[in-house]
Design a protein around this ligand. Structure first.
Ligand SMILES: Nc1ncnc2c1ncn2[C@@H]1O[C@H](COP(=O)(O)OP(=O)(O)OP(=O)(O)O)[C@@H](O)[C@H]1O
Ligand SMILES: [Mg+2]
Length: 260
């Protein structure tokens, strides 16, 4: 099975090293939480893996294949799934239309890879049914006819997750997936991640500030501070470590403020 690995992965913005020689491997069947203070480089690390940012040095590979030089689209095809940003969507199309396009693009990509599904999936009704099923999964079915541009924030975040699921990636990268969601919306997403975990072929990376969520979902935690990987291990060990206790005294205050 395919391991995702970064080796000495580094990016500098001017004089600032935002991600500093991070070497780490992620195995299928494992949910790894990536934690660390604000500005630690967590989102930047994701952007380097997905290809949104070009590394200054080091490499990214999946299943032994070097992806470092590839654009986002190629990495997506290789199995890296990064939540869509709203800028990737068609704002004037409805929720359902956007998800259907993502489903269609995924099936076309598979077809090009040689899986002969295109003839089946090209059927409009089946694409629509798949898109509807995804919307049910994120509790967005009632919103299916709403133009994406007029969705409230929480629904936009849920839609991002539906689009990520539509890609059927091997690697799921969630960057604070419930940030800005209401108390009834967040459990929908957390349940989905719980469901995804059951598929032992998937690699799940989760950036999350809420330590109760991390404690429950993570099989492993890595800690970034100032762009450097400073801790890596089982959740109980890492949470108890001085580096996390120290880092999270500051961060959890922010998280409480956000939640209030
Ligand atoms: N495009 C960019 N240009 C310049 N500096 C950047 C850029 N992107 C990120 N940075 C800097 O890199 C550092 C890491 O930022 P990043 O957003 O990855 O942190 P983070 O760990 O995701 O923080 P948070 O928990 O607040 O989301 C910060 O100092 C940030 O200002
Ligand atoms: Mg971030």
């Amino acid at each position: 099975m395919s391991t995702l690995a970064t080796r000495d992965l580094t990016i500098r913005f001017g004089g600032h090293v935002a991600v500093n020689a991070v070497t780490c491997a992620f195995e299928p069947g494992t949910l790894t939480a990536i934690v660390g203070p604000n500005g630690a480089g967590k989102t930047t690390y994701f952007n380097l893996i997905s290809g949104q940012l070009k590394a200054t040095g080091g490499s990214v590979s999946l299943g032994g294949r070097d992806l470092t030089g590839l654009p986002v689209s190629e990495r997506t095809r290789a199995g890296l799934g990064r939540a869509f940003q709203l800028t990737n969507l068609f704002p004037n199309l409805t929720v359902l239309e956007n998800v259907r396009l993502a489903v269609q693009a995924t099936q076309e990509g598979k077809h090009r890879r040689g899986l002969n599904l295109w003839s089946i999936w090209s059927d409009h009704r089946q694409l629509t049914e798949r898109a509807q099923a995804l919307l049910h999964q994120v509790a967005m079915f009632e919103r299916r006819d709403t133009p994406v541009a007029s969705l409230p924030h929480g629904d936009q975040r849920k839609l991002e997750v539906a689009l990520l699921m539509a890609l059927e990636p091997q690697v799921y990268m969630f960057d604070e997936p419930t940030a800005g969601m209401s108390h009834d919306e967040a459990p929908v997403i957390l349940n989905l991640i719980r469901e995804l975990k059951k598929d032992k072929t998937k690699i799940i990376l989760l950036v999350e500030h809420k330590m109760d969520v991390v404690r429950e979902l993570a099989d492993r935690i890595i800690v970034l501070t100032n762009g450097t990987l400073v801790a890596d291990g089982l959740p109980a060990e890492v949470i108890a470590s001085p580096v996390v206790q120290e880092a999270y005294l500051g961060v959890s205050k922010d998280a409480d403020k956000e939640a209030a």
